[in-house]
Design a protein around this ligand. Sequence first.
Ligand code: TRP
Length: 434
Amino acid sequence: MSDKKRETFGSKLGLIMATAGSALGLGNIYRFPCEAGANGGAAFLIVYLVIALLIGTPLMVAEFVIGRRSKSNPVGAFRCLASAKSAWPLLGYLGVLCAFLILAFYTTVAGWTLGYLGKAAAGHFSGQDLPAIQRQFADFTNHPWLPVVCQLAFLALTAVVVMRGVKDGIERWSKILMPLLLVIMVVLCVKSLTLSGAGEGLAFFFKPDFSKITGRVLISALGQSFFSLSIGMGALITYGSYISRKDNMVSSAVGVTLADTLVAVLAGVIIFPAAFSFGIQPEAGASLAFTTLPMVFQQMTGGYFFCLMFFLLLVIATLTSTISLLEVIVATLTEELHLSRAKSALVGAAGTAVIGVLATLSFRTGSPLHLGSSTVFDLLDHATALYMMPIGGLLIVLFLGWKMNGLRKAIYLIIRYLAPVAIAVIFVSQLLMR
Ligand code: TRP
């Protein structure tokens, strides 16, 4: 496809903001505390930080470079950069499949944020005690159709923005609203840290017990960093393909990694002290963020307003993430199958909806949508974060490090040697240490 037909981001800031928009989302505020809570708190945090900076940033650069050089979707990118008959384009297809599967379970929780925005507006949390707020979460996720309607509404919203294209849709949204989310999170932090018993939660999150670092912790941290930074499946190849030639991608990648990590850590500093203060288990899983946060809000002066603003911004942060996932599918369908943007967005959203509804319904107690002890939701989450993204990321760094020429900077040494070895070791170690 000729360069003229493709859109590009308006500026370097546009790329940074769109990538940050993709990175910041439920991965930081919902999934990170879940994973940290289940994997030993501070021990997980340390492993996470090391992996995000040492593997995450270089992999992000790798995706940008592949996208910028090929100016193409993940499938087209590997076809264009590798020899035509090689198997590399399959890696692109793996990415597109991964985007589908992530979007399917991601929109489950995205739907909850929409539902919780409604609850916040209706003032459902004010004056409620912990059991009542826990019951609200159980009632909401167990409701026969409400979470499904919220999920479908979220998908529709995503499709509408994606249809309008890169510049108008993605770039504009991200630029204005992400900084605002940060402000609210800082306010929340202050409140959480002043709750009685906050110290215990801080210790859980910041005082590492290194004996807790197991193979499971390593792979969880790897999967979480890939998930949170939107890497390992081609989303950033797609965004990289919208970069104009001259921009410096290393500084953009470092900036986005730092911002994403900051928001995840802030989420931890909000959620763990509050959880310990209210007597919520850090291993509470799916309900952790959705019970802790409303509890904090309803103890704050102006809690109604802050709660409403928070869920509104969370919906938007989540939307800029679902946009990037759907964009992978849409870029591939428009360029590979020559469908129109609108048709591609509809096909992508409808395909996602089919699996996504199963993930949402699998949360209901007694739902038959289980395999062994895992729900469809967990299966999709684990298949993508613990398997597909690490494998995808490994192959992406191998491709850039060993198949492409003309890479000189120090960061390519990491991409060539350190990142592949580290990913492979973590991936294999957790397979062996079960
Ligand atoms: N990174 C996003 C988050 O943390 C989720 C996300 C968006 C994503 N696009 C992705 C995850 C691509 C993996 C791949 O909420």
